[in-house]
Design a protein around this ligand. Structure first.
Ligand code: ATP
Length: 235
């Protein structure tokens, strides 16, 4: 498999705080890759470095081209970012949120896309006029994913989808992500605190520690390595 996304020695900082100290990782087309690690390890910042929402240096290549510029340019290149905390527009309806997800597209056919997404999230049609802020936490997370998919991205960046959700809902969200990957070939880079569920979903993972990759490998290798599990994965 060829790499769709490659990060090479990527550093990022928030003013005086250096959050990433040289991250190197890659995601192949059609792969689900997880980024794991403790609080503050730099997981969210890694996704932000890709989506252009933090100041970064180093080399990021997407689909064979250097990825530069801010969030708008990155979105147009085919990358959709579901940020931590979801970023749904709570005042707007479900459909309005979905339409905003397609803002980088010039073509029509949004209605057909909403119907296509309803295969995965059937309630999107029934609740089309409901204000997003009145949805449950799990539904808001699913809406955030659906909104990102409206852009028809080649790569989905998913930040901590489990945040604040009940285990059953988390399992449902990861099941949908896996099915999207298997049936539609969606490539996903997912940041997750819950290493167990992330490793059950992803083919490979990178574990970060203080802004660096501490270990990486296939999900099976990481799960089977007891010292990795104890030291980095917390179970
Ligand atoms: P968590 O699991 O808690 O979300 P994380 O692994 O995603 O953690 P980041 O949010 O990427 O970690 O943070 C990496 C480092 O950058 C931390 O030291 C954090 O305090 C710092 N940091 C993050 N956002 C900012 C910011 N806006 N301003 C200053 N420092 C920040």
């Amino acid at each position: 498999m060829t790499a769709l996304l490659e990060l090479e020695d990527v550093e990022a900082r928030y003013g005086p705080v250096q959050a990433l100290h040289g991250i190197t990782l890659e995601v192949a087309e059609g792969e689900i890759v997880a980024v794991l690690g403790a609080n503050g390890a730099g997981k969210t910042t890694t996704l932000r470095a890709v989506s252009g929402t933090v100041r970064r240096s180093g080399r990021i290549t997407f689909a064979g081209k250097s990825l530069r510029g801010g969030p708008e340019a990155v979105a147009r290149a085919g990358i959709a970012h579901v940020p931590e905390g979801r970023g749904t527009f709570t005042e707007l309806s479900v459909t309005e949120n979905l339409r905003l997800g397609a803002y980088t597209r010039r073509d029509r056919g949004l209605k057909a896309d909403i119907e296509r997404l309803a295969q995965w999230f059937p309630w999107l049609l029934e609740r089309s006029n409901q204000q997003a802020g009145t949805l449950s936490g799990g539904e808001q997370q699913m809406l955030a994913v659906a909104r990102a998919l409206m852009a028809r991205p080649r790569l989905l960046l998913l930040d901590e989808p489990s945040l604040g959700l009940a285990p059953m809902i988390v399992r449902e969200i990861f099941r949908i992500v896996r099915e999207l990957n298997e049936r539609e070939g969606l490539t996903v880079l997912v940041v997750e605190q819950d290493a167990r569920i992330a490793l059950r979903t992803a083919a490979r993972a990178y574990v970060l520690e203080v802004g660096r990759v501490a270990v990486s490998g296939t999900s099976d290798e990481l799960q089977e390595n007891e010292s990795v599990r104890r030291s980095y994965l917390g179970y």
